[in-house]
Design a protein around this ligand. Sequence first.
Ligand SMILES: Cc1cc2nc3c(=O)[nH]c(=O)nc-3n(C[C@H](O)[C@H](O)[C@H](O)COP(=O)(O)OP(=O)(O)OC[C@H]3O[C@@H](n4cnc5c(N)ncnc54)[C@H](O)[C@@H]3O)c2cc1C
Length: 527
Amino acid sequence: MALEKGIYRAFEDVVGPENISENPAILDSYAWTGVPQERETPGTAEEGETEFVRFAPRFEAVLLPKETAEVQAIVKLCNRCGIKFKAFSTGFIFGNIPASAGVIQIDLRRMNRILEINEKNMYAVVEPYVISAQLQAELMKRGLNCNITGAGSHTSALPLAAFWGTGHMGQTVSIGERNLLAVEWVTPEGEVVRMGSLGSSGEWFCGDGPGPSLRGIIRGSITPMGGMGIYTKAATKIYYWPGPSRFPIEGVSPHYAPREIPPGFMIRYFSFPSMDKLGEAMRKIGESEIAFEIMGFPASMLAANMATSNQENIENFERLRKQVQGPGFIIIVVGNSPGEFEYKKRVLQHIMDETAGKSLEIMEDTKIGGAQLWRLIRVTASLRETFRATGDHHGMFPGHNTFAPVVRLAQKYAEVKAELIHKGLLLDDGADAFPWTEEHGFLAHAEVLYRYAASHESLKGIQYLNEQLVKLALKEPAGVPFFVTGDQLHDIFGPQTSDYHLWLRKIKKAFDPHGASDSFGYITAEE
Ligand SMILES: Cc1cc2nc3c(=O)[nH]c(=O)nc-3n(C[C@H](O)[C@H](O)[C@H](O)COP(=O)(O)OP(=O)(O)OC[C@H]3O[C@@H](n4cnc5c(N)ncnc54)[C@H](O)[C@@H]3O)c2cc1C
């Protein structure tokens, strides 16, 4: 279905002819998801041949507004004409899929300004197409830092675009939902709401007032994935950065690394005889507040991260898996003075002695350690870890909770994953779950990644895996898992979580009576 000519023209009047397109080649570039889906090859019904497609259905058109007033005008037009819309910041996640026909994509890439860095009150205000690498580079020049989703610093710095906003530096810069301050929001009906202190004083320092507070409406532990209007500006908390104003990078991609590890910084990888010992070490490190960054990291991810080719990845992993004694983590320790640095290192050594933590020698090498340090602070590691080995990946995550329930569930996930590795359906990467804590142990997160090469059997295996994971998460709850998006999963998890799904539907209905804000990845108002 193409947009009616009159409607297309009305949209064109808002953004100008050069900022709207219904060219199929352009629309297909937005429809690419990278996630393989099996379907019958057209024209071969009798033989029943199948092929893998990695494209979602096309949007009807893509529009590129340059400011809030244009976003508002588009949203209002959508409501009037029975068209749906979906926002797009950098488009790194497959959530940009339309739930049905009749949806336009609103690509916010022209809204790309850092509006304010408030050093005194420690916040930054960004538009949706500011990427984290850009914001962090500006902040570091001022001795400041920000949270960056683990997906990578190429994604939006808007704390409302990231799906969850968990990242490598969660120990010292927390996570998405806890960093969100004031917001400018174009509601699904096209009202502009300025939330928190922005609504009363025009300032960005607080998300909850004085002024209207709707933070719990516009995001929970995950964002509504485009199902609740469009966030056009938002403020995020920022934090002290104890390092250099820029990393002295040398070399040419893919062989590049900082010239040196900055003074007062140390990076190590420790492996443990058991997950219990790793958990004890993380708890003690949290209690003593000595870590700048700590992240559970299986040897397979470290191998991928260090590699500059697939072959190197395989060789690295074979070597590293023999050098670790069990589950492990990467830790970065930073001192604000030589005395503090020495103290933190001594405390770390003491904890490692108590928990039988073994340092991986290769990480003590300045060049290798320095490259990892840079990757984990500038957050460029995820793509290598997820896509390098096989091209396709998937992952499972409990929700946010305290350490013990999160790890218990993640380990059960890893056991199911091991079954599939045994059947040869997933890459054998050691089947590890990898947990880490945030805010010095206040919260915890864990992941189980699996990598595979698309085949009929492997996709069936993934489907089986997903079903088992839902069952496990219901049996041993550790917060509503992050993968719970869309009607079907909310209906499964809602009844055992205070019937939140009924409230979410009421919220959707109240704020989006025409269902204009596309609900793929969120929830519809339908009972
Ligand atoms: C390999 C990989 C690793 C990942 N690792 C992590 C991780 O470690 N931690 C983590 O938290 N996440 C992770 N993610 C998910 C990640 O959060 C998102 O991919 C990314 O942060 C989204 O930012 P984006 O700018 O690309 O948003 P987009 O992909 O543009 O959008 C994401 C969703 O938010 C909606 N949206 C975007 N902008 C707006 C807006 N301005 N207003 C309203 N709705 C909007 C979109 O409609 C879409 O549904 C990972 C994803 C991948 C593919």
